[in-house]
Design a protein around this ligand. Sequence first.
Ligand code: GLN
Length: 303
Amino acid sequence: MCKSAIKASKISESPWTILKLIEWTTSYFDSHKIEGARASAEILLANALGLNRIDLYLRYDQPLSRQELSIFKTLIKRRIKREPVAYIIGNKEFWSMDLDVTKDVLIPRPDTECLVEQALTYVPGKNSNTIWKILDLGTGSGAIILSMATQRPQHRYFASDRSEKALGIAVGNAKKYYLSDTILFFAGDWFNPIKNNIHDFDMILSNPPYIPNQVIAELEPEIALYEPRIALDGGKDGLDCLRLIINQAPSFLKPAGFLILELGYDQKQKVSEIVYNCSKYDSIRIVKDYSGHDRVAIMKTIN
Ligand code: GLN
C-alpha cells in the first residue's frame, strides 16, 4: 500500500475505518491476483488489531489509529510478496485446532485431514481397553499426531522429524493442547531415531515430501518461495520418501499393522507398484481427498 492511499484519506478527512480498509485491501489483493482476497484482508486486519475475524463485523465503523494502520500495512506488504497468511499470522487451523506454524514447518492442509479421518476409522475408540502404539513420521507442526491424540487419547503416540526447529513447533503445539504426556517426540530422519527400540507399532502415519524436485519451482509462489523445501522435495520422481517408508515400515509394524500415507494426486500407480514389490503387505487401498484426487494410501502388513 498504501502511503498515497492513506494520505489521500487524510486529505479527504474521512478516516480509515475497518470496513473501508477491508474493501480497499480486498481490491488491492485482487489486483495482485492474490487468492481469497477478502478473506486474507479480514484475517490480516483482525490479526493486526488483536481481534477475532468475526469481531470485525461488529466494528465496521471503527477508525484505526496511526499505529494500527502501520502494523496492518506491514502485513499487507508481506502478503503482496506472496507470503502465505498462515506464516504471517503464525497459525493455521487443522482439525479444529489452532496450530502454531513458522517457516520451518509445512502449513497443514485440509487434504491431510482425510488421512486423519481414515486413520481414525481403524484405531480402537474410547470404549476399548486396547492400547495402540502409533507413530507419525515427519511430523512437522504435529498436525497429524495431535489430531489423532485428541480423538483417541488412550493410545501411546510417537512422532519424529529430522528438523529440530520443526520438532520445537510440534512440541509447542502438543503443550498447547495438553498432549505433552501423550506424545513422545524424537529428532531424526524417518526410522533412524527409533531403530532397535520399538518393533511393534500398530499404525504408522506420514505425510512425507512427495513433490518431484523439478516441479517445485513451478508451484504457486506461496509454496515454492516460502514453504520448507525439505517438507516438499520427494526427489527426482517425488517418490524417494514414500519408497523408503513403504520398504522400511514392515520392520517396525506388528503383523496386520497399518501404514497410512499421503501421496500426490498422480502417484497411485507407482505407489501401488512399490507396495506389491515390497511383498510384505497383503493389501493397499487408495482413498480420494475432498477434491476427488487420489490422496491417501492405506496398507496392511501380512498377518
Ligand atoms: N505431517 C505434517 C503435515 O502433514 C508435515 C508434513 C511434511 O512436512 N511433509 O502437515
